[in-house]
Design a protein around this ligand. Sequence first.
Ligand code: MN
Ligand code: MN
Length: 299
Amino acid sequence: MAESEVDLESEQYEKHREAGAILAQVREETAERVEVGASHLEVAEWAEDRIRELGGQPAFPVNISVDEEAAHATPSIDDETTFGEEMINLDIGVHVDGWLADTAVTVDLSGNPELAEASEQALEAALDIIEPGIETSEIGAEIEDVIDGYGYNPVVNLTGHGLGHWEQHTSPNIPNRAVSQGTTLEVGDVVAIEPFATDGGGKVTEGASEEIFSLEREGTIRNRQARQALEQITDEFRTLPFATRWLETDRPEMALRRLKRNDIVHSYPVLKEDDGSLVSQKEHTLIITDDGCEVTTER
Ligand code: MN
Ligand code: MN
Protein backbone atom coordinates (compact mmCIF):
# COMPACT_ATOMS: atom_id res chain seq x y z
CA MET A 1 0.00 0.00 0.00
CA ALA A 2 1.27 3.46 -0.87
CA GLU A 3 2.19 5.78 1.97
CA SER A 4 -0.61 8.21 2.65
CA GLU A 5 -0.33 11.90 1.98
CA VAL A 6 -1.89 12.82 5.31
CA ASP A 7 0.55 14.20 7.90
CA LEU A 8 -0.51 12.49 11.11
CA GLU A 9 2.07 14.52 13.06
CA SER A 10 0.51 17.87 12.13
CA GLU A 11 -0.81 20.26 14.76
CA GLN A 12 -4.45 19.23 14.38
CA TYR A 13 -3.67 15.58 15.09
CA GLU A 14 -1.44 16.57 18.02
CA LYS A 15 -4.39 18.47 19.48
CA HIS A 16 -6.68 15.49 18.94
CA ARG A 17 -4.12 13.38 20.84
CA GLU A 18 -3.81 15.94 23.63
CA ALA A 19 -7.62 16.02 24.01
CA GLY A 20 -7.68 12.22 24.02
CA ALA A 21 -4.99 11.89 26.70
CA ILE A 22 -6.77 14.35 29.01
CA LEU A 23 -10.04 12.55 28.40
CA ALA A 24 -8.67 9.06 29.09
CA GLN A 25 -7.43 10.24 32.46
CA VAL A 26 -10.63 12.08 33.35
CA ARG A 27 -12.80 9.12 32.31
CA GLU A 28 -10.96 6.80 34.69
CA GLU A 29 -10.92 9.31 37.55
CA THR A 30 -14.62 10.11 37.07
CA ALA A 31 -15.69 6.46 36.90
CA GLU A 32 -14.10 5.94 40.33
CA ARG A 33 -16.40 8.61 41.76
CA VAL A 34 -19.58 6.89 40.57
CA GLU A 35 -20.92 5.01 43.59
CA VAL A 36 -24.25 4.54 45.32
CA GLY A 37 -25.18 7.77 47.14
CA ALA A 38 -22.81 10.08 45.22
CA SER A 39 -24.33 13.18 43.60
CA HIS A 40 -24.77 13.36 39.80
CA LEU A 41 -24.16 17.11 39.84
CA GLU A 42 -20.97 16.83 41.90
CA VAL A 43 -19.58 14.08 39.68
CA ALA A 44 -20.37 15.99 36.46
CA GLU A 45 -18.91 19.26 37.73
CA TRP A 46 -15.87 17.50 39.15
CA ALA A 47 -15.15 15.97 35.72
CA GLU A 48 -15.69 19.24 33.84
CA ASP A 49 -13.40 21.13 36.26
CA ARG A 50 -10.77 18.40 36.01
CA ILE A 51 -10.76 18.69 32.20
CA ARG A 52 -10.04 22.44 32.48
CA GLU A 53 -7.39 21.86 35.13
CA LEU A 54 -5.58 19.46 32.76
CA GLY A 55 -5.58 22.03 29.94
CA GLY A 56 -8.64 21.06 27.88
CA GLN A 57 -12.21 22.25 27.64
CA PRO A 58 -15.34 20.10 27.93
CA ALA A 59 -16.54 19.43 24.35
CA PHE A 60 -20.06 18.84 25.68
CA PRO A 61 -21.68 18.48 29.12
CA VAL A 62 -20.77 15.28 30.96
CA ASN A 63 -23.57 12.84 30.15
CA ILE A 64 -24.77 10.68 33.02
CA SER A 65 -27.34 8.20 31.70
CA VAL A 66 -29.17 5.92 34.10
CA ASP A 67 -30.65 2.48 33.30
CA GLU A 68 -32.89 2.86 30.21
CA GLU A 69 -31.36 6.23 29.31
CA ALA A 70 -28.81 6.04 26.51
CA ALA A 71 -27.70 9.61 25.81
CA HIS A 72 -28.18 13.37 26.35
CA ALA A 73 -28.86 13.28 30.10
CA THR A 74 -26.86 15.74 32.20
CA PRO A 75 -27.59 17.23 35.63
CA SER A 76 -29.79 20.32 35.86
CA ILE A 77 -28.77 23.47 37.76
CA ASP A 78 -29.93 22.39 41.22
CA ASP A 79 -29.93 18.66 40.55
CA GLU A 80 -30.13 16.58 43.72
CA THR A 81 -30.12 13.15 42.04
CA THR A 82 -27.81 10.55 43.56
CA PHE A 83 -26.60 7.25 42.14
CA GLY A 84 -28.53 4.12 43.11
CA GLU A 85 -28.02 0.47 42.23
CA GLU A 86 -28.26 1.32 38.54
CA MET A 87 -26.47 0.98 35.23
CA ILE A 88 -24.63 4.26 34.67
CA ASN A 89 -23.17 5.41 31.35
CA LEU A 90 -20.64 8.22 31.54
CA ASP A 91 -20.06 9.96 28.20
CA ILE A 92 -17.43 12.70 28.26
CA GLY A 93 -15.82 14.94 25.62
CA VAL A 94 -12.77 17.18 25.55
CA HIS A 95 -11.54 19.67 22.99
CA VAL A 96 -8.26 21.49 22.58
CA ASP A 97 -8.77 24.53 20.32
CA GLY A 98 -11.83 22.81 18.82
CA TRP A 99 -10.11 19.48 18.11
CA LEU A 100 -12.12 16.79 19.85
CA ALA A 101 -12.04 13.51 21.69
CA ASP A 102 -15.18 11.62 22.78
CA THR A 103 -15.33 8.61 25.10
CA ALA A 104 -17.81 6.65 27.18
CA VAL A 105 -17.81 3.88 29.75
CA THR A 106 -20.46 2.01 31.69
CA VAL A 107 -20.18 1.81 35.45
CA ASP A 108 -22.46 -1.03 36.48
CA LEU A 109 -23.93 -0.62 39.96
CA SER A 110 -26.93 -2.77 38.97
CA GLY A 111 -25.40 -6.23 39.00
CA ASN A 112 -25.48 -6.79 35.21
CA PRO A 113 -21.79 -7.04 34.33
CA GLU A 114 -22.44 -9.02 31.13
CA LEU A 115 -24.44 -6.20 29.61
CA ALA A 116 -21.57 -3.79 30.24
CA GLU A 117 -19.14 -6.37 28.86
CA ALA A 118 -21.18 -6.77 25.67
CA SER A 119 -20.60 -3.17 24.54
CA GLU A 120 -16.94 -3.28 25.67
CA GLN A 121 -16.23 -6.44 23.70
CA ALA A 122 -18.13 -5.12 20.68
CA LEU A 123 -15.89 -2.05 20.64
CA GLU A 124 -12.74 -4.17 21.04
CA ALA A 125 -13.82 -6.36 18.11
CA ALA A 126 -14.52 -3.30 15.97
CA LEU A 127 -11.10 -1.79 16.75
CA ASP A 128 -9.44 -5.10 15.80
CA ILE A 129 -10.78 -5.05 12.24
CA ILE A 130 -10.26 -1.37 11.45
CA GLU A 131 -7.88 -0.53 8.63
CA PRO A 132 -7.88 2.01 5.82
CA GLY A 133 -10.52 1.16 3.23
CA ILE A 134 -12.84 -0.70 5.63
CA GLU A 135 -16.53 -0.08 5.08
CA THR A 136 -18.47 1.31 8.01
CA SER A 137 -21.07 -1.42 7.35
CA GLU A 138 -18.44 -4.06 8.20
CA ILE A 139 -17.82 -2.36 11.54
CA GLY A 140 -21.56 -2.32 12.24
CA ALA A 141 -21.86 -6.00 11.41
CA GLU A 142 -19.02 -6.86 13.81
CA ILE A 143 -20.61 -4.83 16.63
CA GLU A 144 -24.00 -6.43 16.11
CA ASP A 145 -22.48 -9.90 15.98
CA VAL A 146 -20.69 -9.53 19.33
CA ILE A 147 -23.68 -7.99 21.13
CA ASP A 148 -25.99 -10.61 19.66
CA GLY A 149 -23.62 -13.28 20.96
CA TYR A 150 -24.26 -12.04 24.49
CA GLY A 151 -28.01 -12.33 23.91
CA TYR A 152 -28.58 -8.57 23.83
CA ASN A 153 -29.61 -6.06 21.15
CA PRO A 154 -27.49 -3.25 19.76
CA VAL A 155 -29.21 0.15 19.85
CA VAL A 156 -29.57 0.63 16.11
CA ASN A 157 -30.57 4.29 15.95
CA LEU A 158 -27.46 5.54 17.76
CA THR A 159 -24.22 5.51 15.81
CA GLY A 160 -20.55 6.35 15.91
CA HIS A 161 -19.47 9.39 13.92
CA GLY A 162 -16.70 11.55 12.56
CA LEU A 163 -15.29 14.39 14.67
CA GLY A 164 -14.80 17.75 12.97
CA HIS A 165 -13.22 21.01 14.07
CA TRP A 166 -15.70 22.45 16.63
CA GLU A 167 -18.13 19.78 15.42
CA GLN A 168 -19.00 16.83 17.59
CA HIS A 169 -20.87 14.84 14.93
CA THR A 170 -19.78 14.77 11.29
CA SER A 171 -19.94 12.11 8.61
CA PRO A 172 -19.49 9.22 8.36
CA ASN A 173 -22.03 7.52 10.61
CA ILE A 174 -20.67 4.28 11.97
CA PRO A 175 -23.64 1.96 12.50
CA ASN A 176 -24.11 -0.45 15.40
CA ARG A 177 -25.64 -3.14 13.16
CA ALA A 178 -25.16 -4.71 9.78
CA VAL A 179 -26.40 -2.31 7.10
CA SER A 180 -26.49 -2.93 3.38
CA GLN A 181 -23.69 -0.54 2.48
CA GLY A 182 -21.36 1.94 4.05
CA THR A 183 -18.75 4.52 3.30
CA THR A 184 -15.09 3.68 3.80
CA LEU A 185 -12.69 4.96 6.43
CA GLU A 186 -9.42 6.40 5.16
CA VAL A 187 -6.06 7.35 6.68
CA GLY A 188 -6.39 10.53 8.73
CA ASP A 189 -10.10 10.16 9.49
CA VAL A 190 -10.89 10.86 13.14
CA VAL A 191 -13.92 8.90 14.28
CA ALA A 192 -15.71 7.84 17.45
CA ILE A 193 -17.05 4.30 17.64
CA GLU A 194 -19.70 3.71 20.26
CA PRO A 195 -21.60 0.45 20.60
CA PHE A 196 -24.68 0.47 22.83
CA ALA A 197 -26.08 -2.84 24.11
CA THR A 198 -29.51 -3.28 25.67
CA ASP A 199 -31.96 -5.84 26.98
CA GLY A 200 -34.68 -3.59 25.52
CA GLY A 201 -35.89 -3.40 21.93
CA GLY A 202 -32.79 -1.75 20.47
CA LYS A 203 -34.30 1.55 19.43
CA VAL A 204 -34.22 4.72 21.54
CA THR A 205 -36.94 7.37 21.61
CA GLU A 206 -36.97 10.94 22.93
CA GLY A 207 -37.90 11.52 26.56
CA ALA A 208 -39.27 14.74 28.07
CA SER A 209 -36.11 16.01 29.74
CA GLU A 210 -33.91 18.60 27.97
CA GLU A 211 -30.71 19.88 29.57
CA ILE A 212 -28.36 19.98 26.57
CA PHE A 213 -28.54 22.53 23.75
CA SER A 214 -26.45 23.88 20.90
CA LEU A 215 -26.43 26.85 18.58
CA GLU A 216 -28.63 26.35 15.53
CA ARG A 217 -27.99 29.60 13.67
CA GLU A 218 -26.78 33.13 14.27
CA GLY A 219 -29.47 35.57 15.29
CA THR A 220 -30.36 38.54 17.44
CA ILE A 221 -32.69 38.69 20.39
CA ARG A 222 -33.88 41.62 22.48
CA ASN A 223 -34.41 40.07 25.88
CA ARG A 224 -31.42 40.85 28.13
CA GLN A 225 -30.86 37.39 29.64
CA ALA A 226 -31.31 35.67 26.28
CA ARG A 227 -28.83 38.10 24.71
CA GLN A 228 -26.28 37.47 27.48
CA ALA A 229 -26.69 33.72 27.06
CA LEU A 230 -26.29 34.00 23.29
CA GLU A 231 -23.06 35.98 23.68
CA GLN A 232 -21.60 33.34 25.95
CA ILE A 233 -22.74 30.56 23.62
CA THR A 234 -21.21 32.09 20.48
CA ASP A 235 -17.94 33.07 22.22
CA GLU A 236 -17.35 30.02 24.36
CA PHE A 237 -19.22 27.00 22.99
CA ARG A 238 -19.66 28.03 19.33
CA THR A 239 -21.41 25.06 17.71
CA LEU A 240 -20.61 22.57 20.48
CA PRO A 241 -23.31 21.35 22.88
CA PHE A 242 -23.69 23.03 26.27
CA ALA A 243 -25.76 22.56 29.44
CA THR A 244 -28.29 24.91 31.00
CA ARG A 245 -26.11 24.92 34.13
CA TRP A 246 -23.13 26.31 32.14
CA LEU A 247 -24.90 29.60 31.40
CA GLU A 248 -23.79 32.56 33.51
CA THR A 249 -26.82 34.80 32.97
CA ASP A 250 -29.56 35.00 35.57
CA ARG A 251 -32.72 33.11 34.60
CA PRO A 252 -30.91 30.74 32.20
CA GLU A 253 -33.94 28.49 31.69
CA MET A 254 -36.06 31.43 30.54
CA ALA A 255 -33.21 32.62 28.28
CA LEU A 256 -32.99 29.19 26.67
CA ARG A 257 -36.75 28.97 26.15
CA ARG A 258 -36.63 32.27 24.27
CA LEU A 259 -33.61 31.24 22.17
CA LYS A 260 -35.28 27.94 21.36
CA ARG A 261 -38.58 29.56 20.41
CA ASN A 262 -36.63 31.78 17.96
CA ASP A 263 -34.85 28.73 16.49
CA ILE A 264 -31.47 30.11 17.54
CA VAL A 265 -30.65 27.09 19.69
CA HIS A 266 -31.99 23.56 19.58
CA SER A 267 -32.23 21.00 22.34
CA TYR A 268 -31.08 17.41 22.64
CA PRO A 269 -33.87 15.56 24.48
CA VAL A 270 -32.81 12.56 26.56
CA LEU A 271 -32.79 9.40 24.42
CA LYS A 272 -34.06 6.27 26.12
CA GLU A 273 -34.92 2.63 25.63
CA ASP A 274 -38.14 0.99 26.81
CA ASP A 275 -38.97 1.62 30.48
CA GLY A 276 -37.50 -1.04 32.72
CA SER A 277 -34.67 -1.94 30.37
CA LEU A 278 -30.95 -1.26 30.71
CA VAL A 279 -28.42 0.20 28.28
CA SER A 280 -24.62 -0.08 28.33
CA GLN A 281 -22.21 1.94 26.20
CA LYS A 282 -18.51 1.97 25.41
CA GLU A 283 -16.82 4.54 23.20
CA HIS A 284 -13.35 5.47 22.00
CA THR A 285 -12.04 8.07 19.56
CA LEU A 286 -9.47 6.92 17.02
CA ILE A 287 -7.36 8.13 14.14
CA ILE A 288 -7.18 5.85 11.09
CA THR A 289 -3.51 5.11 10.34
CA ASP A 290 -1.68 3.33 7.50
CA ASP A 291 -1.81 0.00 9.29
CA GLY A 292 -4.95 0.23 11.44
CA CYS A 293 -5.88 2.83 13.99
CA GLU A 294 -4.54 4.81 16.91
CA VAL A 295 -6.95 5.07 19.83
CA THR A 296 -6.57 8.56 21.32
CA THR A 297 -8.73 7.94 24.40
CA GLU A 298 -6.87 4.96 25.86
CA ARG A 299 -4.41 5.39 28.70
MN1 MN B 1 -19.76 10.22 23.43
MN1 MN C 1 -19.82 10.05 20.31
